[in-house]
Each structure stands twice: as structure tokens, then as C-alpha cells.
Design a protein around this ligand. Structure first.
Ligand SMILES: *Cc1c(COP(=O)(O)O)cnc(C)c1O
Length: 268
């Protein structure tokens, strides 16, 4: 008998304890485990597994291990720091079909790097950045898939637009013709309290549903990027179409999460 979705726990207690993948076989195993978790969450939610894309997140992982992940089948990787991502892109240019998604906050002065190499950018959070990115992309002659980041937990420490500011932001998007808006992205509250985590995901989905009704022409809002190693089952139950998963694939990161997301209570 399956539990009602409301009872899906977070896995943040496992945080920092995922085993480190050191071989192609380890990666294949971890990917299979994550894909099975995704499939189980889809079954529970009555969704088609093909409606959820797994984006492996390789931040802090060195080139040698990324190459193993590639051999195990990873073809798009998420990175939260643009310089690290750019460096990896250059170093692994020989892997012609490996693409990069930048998922972390971007300073406007680094927009030109993203415009050069990224296939996707998930942390669009200001008009100034949209403007700069668009101009740089026009110069490079390439388009970019983007997600608008929303601060659904309304914590001061988190990046992203406040939900109330998203409608006007979306209305302004058609002027940036190199930006292909795909949907919304969020980082939920980092908490073991399932209901508070779920509330963030529900908020993003409800926002998407409201905005979709009168989205400007050419602005796609089909995608919801939400959920990571500790909470992606809940995100899938609430409609995630992209889950960004690092530690459950690569293994625990050496540094505590407060290093990546300033403002989190220090743990570990
Ligand atoms: C690191 C990161 C993730 C993945 O977190 P894990 O706990 O490693 O699964 C997801 N989204 C963003 C924006 C990240 O920076």
C-alpha cells in the first residue's frame, strides 16, 4: 500500500552521507538508483517518468570524475559557478556532446562567459542581467534556454525574484529575443520539515499555472526546475519537470552547504 503523497519525507538526513562515485560502475549504479527514485515518485504521483529530466549537478567535482560520469551516460551537467563551469567546458571540449547548464546566481559582469558556452541558464533573476545576457548572446549569435529563478521561501539569503515580481518580469521577456524562456526554477527551504519544503514547490507550480494563462507569445512556461538530492521526490509530486541532483550521483560534497548557499545555518 502506498502512502499518500503528503507523507513523502525529505532525505536531508542523508545529506553529506552519499558514497563517493569513483568509477564508471559507481556512476552507473548511482544514476540507476536516482532514476529509480524518480520513477517511483512518478508512479506515486501518477506521472509519466519521461516528463521529468534529471540534471546531474557536478559542482566541485574534478575533471577526471566528470569524465567517468560522462562515460556512464551524463550528457548535460549543472554547475552553480560560472567560472568553474567555463573552465570545465574548455577542459572537456573534446566531449563534443557534453552540454552545460549554469544553475547558480550570475553577476552581470560574467554574463559574457555564460553567453559563450552555456546551453542553459537557470538563475535568471533581474532585468539588468536579462538585458546583458541578451546583448552578449546576440554578439555570439546564439540563443540560450533560460529559467526564471523564484525565491519561493522568501528567505533573504536566497537569490531569485520574489513571487510577486514574476508576472511583470515575464511580460518584459519578449524583448530579449536570444533568451528562450522555458519555465521557472526554485530552491526550496532547506529543512527536514516536509510540509514547509513542499509549500515552496506548490508555490512555484501555482505561480506557473497563473502565469501560463496569459503568457506573452513565444514565452514558454512549461518547465519547473525544482528538487535536489534531499527533496526531489516531493518536487516531482508537485510537478517538477527538471530535478537538479548532485550528491546522490557524485557523492557527498566536502564542503557544507552553507558554503554554496550563504545564509544557511551552518551544519556538518
Ligand atoms: C548544488 C545544487 C543542487 C544539487 O544539490 P545536491 O544536494 O547536491 O543534490 C541543486 N541546485 C542548485 C542550484 C545547486 O547549487
Amino acid at each position: 500500500m502506498s502512502l499518500p503523497p503528503q507523507d513523502t519525507p525529505t532525505r536531508h538526513d542523508q545529506h553529506g552521507r552519499y558514497p563517493r562515485a569513483e568509477s564508471v560502475g559507481d556512476f552507473a549504479h548511482n544514476l540507476a538508483v536516482v532514476n529509480e527514485r524518480i520513477a517511483a515518485a512518478c508512479r506515486k504521483a501518477g506521472r509519466d517518468t519521461a516528463s521529468v529530466r534529471l540534471l546531474p549537478v557536478s559542482k566541485t567535482i574534478d575533471e577526471a570524475r566528470i569524465r567517468l560520469a560522462y562515460q556512464a551516460g551524463c550528457r548535460m551537467l549543472g554547475e552553480n559557478k560560472v567560472q568553474e563551469a567555463h573552465h570545465k567546458w574548455e577542459a572537456m571540449a573534446d566531449l563534443g556532446d557534453l552540454r552545460w547548464s549554469v544553475i547558480g546566481h550570475l553577476q552581470t559582469n560574467k554574463a559574457k562567459l555564460v553567453a559563450r558556452f552555456a546551453s542553459e541558464f537557470q538563475a535568471l533573476d533581474s532585468l539588468r542581467l536579462a538585458e546583458t545576457l541578451d546583448r552578449r548572446l546576440q554578439l555570439e549569435g546564439r540563443p540560450l534556454d533560460v529559467f526564471v529563478q523564484v525565491n519561493t521561501s522568501e528567505e533573504d539569503s536566497k537569490y531569485g525574484l520574489s513571487p510577486a515580481d514574476v508576472p511583470a518580469f515575464i511580460k518584459a521577456m519578449p524583448q530579449f529575443s536570444a533568451l528562450r524562456v522555458r519555465g521557472l526554477m526554485t530552491l526550496a527551504l532547506f529543512s527536514a520539515e516536509t510540509e514547509r519544503v513542499r509549500a515552496c514547490f506548490v508555490r512555484l507550480r501555482e505561480l506557473q499555472q497563473r502565469l501560463r494563462q496569459d503568457a506573452p507569445d513565444g514565452i514558454g512556461l512549461d518547465e519547473l526546475s525544482m528538487g535536489m538530492s534531499g527533496d526531489f521526490e516531493i518536487a516531482i509530486e508537485e510537478g517538477a519537470t527538471v530535478v537538479r541532483v548532485g550528491q546522490a550521483i557524485f557523492g557527498a560534497r566536502a564542503l557544507p552547504d552553507s558554503h554554496y548557499w550563504p545564509g544557511l545555518p551552518t551544519q556538518d
